[in-house]
Design a binder for this molecule. Structure first.
Ligand code: NOJ
Ligand code: CA
Length: 551
């Protein structure tokens, strides 16, 4: 077995560290609460660095920790160059990054450039200033339609429901593609561009290794009037680059400037784009002249199905090769129903199972097969960790956590819930604070209660309960991540078509193989198994919904 990325490589100085890194996403308010106020904080993360290091991930991606009123879970940023006092201070940040680096872990922070919060100093100034002023020109203000301008400038919807325009007291309207509290910035304004370059340097100077760029595809807008109506806004039906605010070609001029900033550092800072664009357009974001890497959410949007997994893997590896990036893989994050739950629900007719109906039912219907969901999630994750490229994990998936489907209405925090009049349940169910211990006031999350209520079944799923259990999901993740480091090889994959259409079998350079049985029948298993996602009854047979690694 060959080990091209052996420990002899000085990973700290390796400019390519990100290409096949495993990145663990922390949603800071729900990870660990050091001061017992119910909200996760930076000191809590510092206290768990050992856990992250022993898990075996390479980097941590921190969702926003900036001052925020939490109108959208922190994606409404009041100040891009500070820490929310509820989460700590800049000193706490320095301590956290110091501890992560000392443990050999990189840090990626979330940057939210499409919109500020409505409490940002700029937006306060914009509201206090006149229509047409320089202060308003940092945002997107327009006069309304109708005789007294009382109708919004267009019928565009916000992503969270309701209109994308909000009226201010002097009668003008501002654009917010997300919540009302998230006014969109005007990226045609040089001052906005320069300010973000300052922010990137601010964090890069503090040692941050990379950036996750929120809604990277929406910054640039063509707002020439008349505005097209909402019926014609479907990105899939428009010629590439012609949508008024999604995936316009000019957005890459911004990222070319960012790249120059990243390259001022040694090793260059990295970035990964959250860009919901057509697969053929992803390479532009992932270009080495731009952000360098882009999320591909294709696996996250797929059912547990051999043919569609294979199609997705093949396409994305080809695309990544063409862009010069490595591919990214992800099943769960803070915006979607956890994959253990999606895979435990019956496939949706014709669409992928996103758990939407199940969430709306309060987690009762369709019926969730808890064990099947975890079994498939473990198999899928093991497959994913064997793929060339980098894997993004979401906190709690290493415990095999299911979505919390029965949060009471009065606990909800997500604007998607409040703005949609019950059409959406929102994303709180994957953001419930982690269980660290079997019991205790918040299962070890902190010494007090948690800001979202944790269900009783969190105790048996806690880190403490799984720590010493070799059959636990936590033990599987630890073993897989440790083996992955040893087996890691060049970014190549070769399919082996020997076990039928319901099985995905591929080989990486150096003799690392992964076999996943998506079918209903057991299949013969070659010799040399080093890890399986679930225990085998018979060493020569791979049961359904199981992955085996061979080396
Ligand atoms: C994408 C983030 O992942 C999501 O949580 C957020 O609500 C929107 N962008 C708006 O910032
Ligand atoms: Ca706290």
């Amino acid at each position: 077995m060959s080990t091209p990325l052996s420990t002899a490589v000085d990973v700290a100085a390796d400019p390519n560290w990100w290409r096949q890194a495993v990145v663990y996403q922390i949603y800071p308010r729900s990870f660990a609460d050091a001061n017992g106020d119910g909200i996760g904080d930076l000191a809590g993360i510092t206290s768990r660095v050992e856990y992250l290091a022993s898990l075996g991930v390479d980097a941590v991606w921190l969702s926003p920790f900036y001052p925020s009123a939490l109108a959208d879970g922190g994606y409404d940023v009041d100040d891009y160059r500070d820490v929310d006092p509820k989460l700590g201070t800049l000193d706490d940040f320095d301590e956290m990054i110091g501890a992560l680096h000392a443990a050999g872990l990189k840090l990626i922070v979330d940057i939210v450039p499409n919109h500020t919060s409505n409490r940002h100093e700029w937006f306060r100034q914009a509201l206090a200033a006149e229509p047409g002023s320089a202060e308003r020109n940092r945002y997107i203000f327009r006069d309304g339609k109708g005789p007294d301008g009382a109708e919004p400038p267009s019928d565009w919807p916000s992503m969270f429901g309701g209109s994308a325009w909000e009226r201010v007291p002097d009668g003008q309207w501002y654009l917010h593609l997300f919540a009302t509290e998230q006014p969109d910035l005007n990226w045609d304004n040089r001052e906005v561009r320069d300010d973000f370059l300052t922010t990137l340097r601010f964090w890069a100077d503090r040692g941050v290794d990379g950036f996750r760029v929120d809604v990277a595809h929406q910054l640039v807008k063509d707002l020439r009037e008349p505005f097209p109506d909402r019926a014609s806004l479907d990105l899939d039906n428009l010629p590439h680059g012609s949508h008024p605010f999604e995936d316009r070609d000019e957005v890459h001029e911004i990222y070319a400037e960012w790249r120059q900033v990243f390259n001022e550092y040694d090793p260059p800072r990295t970035a990964v784009a959250e860009a919901w664009v057509h697969a053929s357009r992803r390479a532009r974001y992932a270009s080495p002249l731009g952000l360098g890497q882009a999320f591909n959410f294709d696996l996250l949007q797929s059912d547990f199905d051999a043919a569609s997994f294979r199609r997705i893997i093949t396409h994305n590896l080809t695309d990544a090769r063409q862009s010069g990036a490595s591919s990214t893989w992800v099943f769960s994050n803070h915006d979607v129903v956890r994959h253990a739950t999606r895979y435990g629900l019956p496939a949706a007719q014709g669409k992928h199972q996103n758990g939407h109906a199940w969430l709306l039912s309060g987690g009762t219907s369709p019926e969730l097969d808890v064990d099947l969901g975890i079994r498939r999630a473990r198999a899928a994750t093991l497959l994913m960790l064997a793929l060339p490229g980098s894997g993004y994990l979401y906190q709690g998936e290493e415990l095999g956590l299911h979505e919390v489907g029965d949060l009471p209405a009065d606990a909800m925090q997500d604007p998607a819930y409040f703005r949609s009049q019950g059409v959406e349940k929102g994303r709180d169910g994957c953001r419930v604070p982690l269980p660290w211990t079997v019991d205790g006031p918040s299962f070890g999350f902190g010494t007090g209660t948690a800001h979202l209520p944790q269900p009783a079944w969190f105790g048996p799923e806690s880190v403490q309960a799984q720590d010493d259990d070799p059959s636990s999901t936590l033990s599987l993740y630890r073993r897989a991540l440790s083996l992955r480091r040893k087996l890691q090889a060049a970014e190549e994959l070769e399919w082996v078509d020997d076990l039928g259409d319901s099985v995905l079998h591929f080989r990486r350079p150096g003799g690392w193989e992964s076999i996943t049985n998506f079918g209903a029948e057991p299949v013969p298993l070659p010799a040399g198994v080093v890890l399986t996602s679930s225990p085998l009854g018979d060493e020569t047979v791979l049961p359904p919904d199981t992955t085996a690694w061979i080396s």
